[in-house]
Write a protein that binds this ligand. Sequence first.
Ligand code: SAH
Ligand code: SF4
Length: 370
Amino acid sequence: MLLKREDSLLNDIFSKIDHEQELSKEDLVCLIALENAADLTRLYNLADRVRQKYVGDEVHLRGLIEFSNYCRKNCDYCGIRRGNRKIERYRMPIEEILDTVYEAAELGYRTVVLQSGEDMRYTADNLAELVRRIKRETDVAVTLSIGERSREEYERLYEAGADRFLLRFETSNRELYHRLHPDSDYDERMKILVWLREIGYQVGSGVMIGLPGQTIEDLALDILKFKELDLDMVGVGPYICHEETPLAGHANGTVEMTYKVIALTRIVTRYAHIPATTALATLRPDDGREEALQLGANVVMPNVTPVKYRALYELYPSKVCIREKATQCRGCIGGRILSLGRPISQGYGHSLYKKLNALGTAKFLKEDKK
Ligand code: SAH
Ligand code: SF4
C-alpha cells in the first residue's frame, strides 16, 4: 500500500516534468533520492529530451587555461589553497598566456576560459590588457574564472572585452559555506553574482556535489538557486578529496549523485549551458563526461594549459589528461563527442538566455553585434 502511494507520487512528479511544470523543493528532494535503475533511466531520458528541445544537439568546447596556481584564499576543499605548502607554485607570464590562447584558437576553440587561484599579482590592468589583446588578435570569446575582485575591477575587465565570468557559489547552505570558507562570505559571493549580471557578463556559477556535511535538501535548494539567479552556465562537479587539505580523509562525491543533479539542473533551468566537468572525468575516466552529455550536459572544457604546468594546478588529485598536449586533448574529446552522434559547435556558444532575451529586451549577444 505504502509502495503504491510512493509510486503514484513519483508518477505525479514525472508527469509535472512532462508537462513542463515547475518542480518544488520537495519534488527535487524526492528525485535526488531515487536509486532504482528504472526510475533513474526515466529521469535521465527526460533530462536528455529537455536538453535536446532547449539547447539542441551541439556540444560547445571551451579551451581551459589554468594560468596561475597562487591563491590568497584557504578554501577547505581545495588543493591549491594558500595553506598547502607542499605544491610548487607557478604563474604564467602574460605573453605565454597569449601564446596559449593563439594555440587554442588555432585548434578551433571559439572560447577560452582563463582560470586561476585568487592571484592578485595579476592586477585588473594586467588582465584587462591581456583581454584586449586576445579580443584584438584572435576571434574567441573570453571567460574569466579568477575569483573575487572589486566591482570596479569586474567592470574594467568587461569593458576590455571579457564576455563571461565563472564564479561558483559552491553550496547554497550558508552555514556549510562558512564552515568550508574561512576567508569568504556567503552574501558577498552572492552579491558578486548579481554585480556580474548587472555589468553585462554572461554569468556562470555552480556547486560541488558530496561536500562533507551536504544533504539532499541542500542540493535541491542549490538547483532552485540556479534558477533564481538566472544563470547562463551551471557547473556541477563531484567534490574530490585532496589529502593536503583540512578535509583529508573525507569521501568523494559520487558520480551517480552528480548525474542526478546535472539532469535536474537541465530540467529546471532549461536553457543554461551545463558542462560535463573534468572532475566527473576524474572519477570516471572512461565515460563520465559522455554519460553527462546524454543526461543534460552540452559543454566540455578540454585543458589547453601548457603540459609543464598541468600537474601543478591540482585542485584535486589525479586530474585526467595532465600529460596530454592540447592537440591530443582536442582530438580525443572531439572523437568522444562525435561517437555520441553529437555535432561540435563551430560558434562562440554564447548564452542562450541572452539569445531569447534579445527578442524582447535591450540585451543582445556580442555575436549578433558583428
Ligand atoms: N579561484 C577561483 C577559480 C579556481 S577554483 C574560484 O575559486 O572561483 C575553480 C573551482 O574548482 C571551484 O569553484 C571549486 O568548485 C572547484 N574545486 C576546488 N577544489 C575542488 C575539489 N577538491 N574537488 C572538486 N572541485 C574542486
Ligand atoms: Fe583559491 Fe579558488 Fe581554490 Fe578557493 S577554490 S582556494 S579561491 S583556487
